[in-house]
Design a binder for this molecule. Structure first.
Ligand code: G6P
Ligand code: MG
Length: 222
């Protein structure tokens, strides 16, 4: 029986994945790595340093920078990202998501956040959605980022639930891999060909409703 829902933030609740991508694109240009949709998809959901390393690796530049230089590149990306967040407000909640989260809360489901982003408290605050969350995983306390299962394992633990009692929602391949590895039901939001490992797929957030999830689960069982 499902008792809890574990949410990714960027690209699931908030329209902020486009800002992350924009800021990483700027950084890729700066270090001379070409920006492709494939690289953009690889970076989705992946933490800050891991993302930087993926970018450098994709241009065979992983050995060109010291740890110190990498830290300052990551900081520069974050500064650019924060600039893009300046005017963030409720209008950046993705279609249908506030209603969906409200519904879950009204039906007494427990709700946690499993975002890799150290900026997630700030984003939730700006969107005025904090009130719906029973718990959050602090990404700074993780040993391994997505696609490792750790963050979604913790997402269930912080709700005192077993993984099999939880559904995780993600827009990123790395996130779906993490949910599946944790033994939870995975909902992929976005291109179903890219998110083909998800248990349930929705093309966009407006399709994500409790009803649609329930009927998709019934279909899966039959
Ligand atoms: C999320 C986003 C990624 C981002 C990561 C780290 O998972 O989807 O694009 O790189 O968080 O975010 P941060 O705000 O800590 O740099
Ligand atoms: Mg995401």
């Amino acid at each position: 029986q499902i008792k809890g829902f574990i949410f990714d933030l960027d690209g699931v609740i908030a329209n902020t994945s486009v800002y992350h991508a924009k800021a990483w694109h700027q950084l890729a240009d700066k270090v001379g790595v070409s920006w492709t949709t494939d690289l953009a998809n690889q970076l989705k959901g992946v933490g800050r340093m891991d993302s930087l390393n993926l970018i450098l690796k994709s241009g065979n530049k992983e050995n060109d920078y010291s740890d110190e230089q990498k830290a300052s590149l990551a900081e520069e990306k974050n500064d650019n990202y924060l600039q893009l967040l300046k005017s963030l407000d409720k209008s950046e909640i993705l279609p249908g998501m506030e209603k969906f989260i409200e519904d879950l809360s009204a039906h007494n489901y427990l709700i946690s956040l499993a975002s890799s982003s150290k900026n997630s408290p700030r984003v939730l605050e700006a969107l005025d959605l904090n009130k719906y969350f029973d718990a959050r995983v602090d990404p700074a306390t993780l040993k391994h980022g997505k696609p490792d299962p750790e963050i979604y394992v913790r997402g269930a633990q912080v709700l005192n639930l077993k993984p099999e009692e939880c559904i995780g929602l993600e827009d990123a391949v790395a996130g779906i891999t993490s949910i599946n590895g944790a033994g939870e039901i995975s909902v992929g939001i976005g291109d179903p060909e890219i998110l083909n490992e998800a248990d349930i797929n929705f093309k966009d957030t407006s399709e994500v409703t409790l009803e649609n999830i329930e009927s998709a689960m019934k279909r899966k069982l039959n």
